[in-house]
Design a protein around this ligand. Structure first.
Ligand code: SAM
Length: 250
């Protein structure tokens, strides 16, 4: 069975805690040697980060593994009512719903992305545009304003951003259509322009799907993340200090 990175990381935390705690008890009983909670947590964090490195996880997992035990300890000491943790857990679950599986968390693209994309839409009459993983829908609402004759769609796997988009759409009297679910259930043949802002982990599988389903003459756009071993048809610099937009003409 292949474990997701989130589950693996949690197991590493549990394992390092159990091993470090057991070692500490043995050393304390036999030699009377004790360490402060801070040192204990730093040892746990360092060991967990080391295992994360050996498991070839991305570097930020190492950082998370290192700070996690200390973070839990500090939070525990604040005497925060349990219901606050429960609310935070529910909100996180509704936003980061399937991140452990998709490896694509929510983070918004920059507002400056809309104008260059709207320019690319000039190639199409009444373009049908979709944002795969539309998050809070910001890009789609901006594009709708810039290019009114287009038809805009978003699909989102996480419930809270999807509900939020539906409220925004109602409030703005917008024609953007939001779908709930995974973009793997969609036929990309229906769109002239397919945009995504996902993660390096998602790109190979997305290309497999897009290269089969997207119609001739359509355009695949990815903000920040390239498709490994597939040279883009063009690269646009959006801001001097930000990620680029990559485009593949199908
Ligand atoms: C980095 S955010 C991008 C948000 C938005 N496109 C933007 O430009 O601001 C990626 C979003 O993709 C969603 N996502 C990840 N995998 C998905 C999938 N298989 N199907 C639909 N949405 C997905 C995540 O829940 C997240 O909200």
């Amino acid at each position: 069975m292949k474990l997701s990175i989130g589950v693996k990381s949690l197991l590493v935390q549990v394992l390092t805690f159990v091993v470090c705690f057991s070692c500490l008890v043995v050393v304390n009983r036999n030699f009377g040697f004790a360490v402060s909670p801070t040192v204990f947590l730093l040892i746990c964090g360092t060991l967990a980060a080391g295992i994360s490195y050996l498991l070839k996880c991305d570097w930020w997992w190492g950082v998370i593994q290192f700070v996690f035990p200390s973070f839990v300890y500090v939070a525990y000491q604040q005497n925060i009512p349990p219901v606050i943790y429960l609310i935070a857990l529910v909100i996180c679950a509704l936003v980061f719903w399937s991140t452990y599986r998709t490896q694509v968390p929510y983070y918004p693209s920059r507002a400056s992305l809309a104008a260059p994309i709207a320019k690319l839409l000039d190639e199409f009459q009444h373009p049908r545009f979709i944002d795969l993983g539309s998050g809070l829908g910001g890009l789609l609402f901006r594009l709708e304003k810039l290019r009114e004759d287009g038809r805009y769609f978003g699909i989102e796997i996480a419930p809270l951003p999807y509900w939020y988009c539906q409220c925004r759409r109602f409030y703005r009297q917008s024609n953007v259509k939001f779908l709930f679910g995974s973009y793997f259930s969609l036929d990309l043949n229906d769109f002239d322009v397919v945009f995504c802002y996902l993660s390096p982990a998602a790109m190979p599988e997305l290309w497999e799907k897009a290269s089969v389903e997207m119609k001739k003459g359509s355009l695949l756009l990815s903000y920040e993340f390239i498709i490994p071993d597939v040279a883009p048809s063009f690269v646009l610099e959006i801001d001097s200090d930000g990620p680029s937009l990559y485009g593949w003409r199908i």
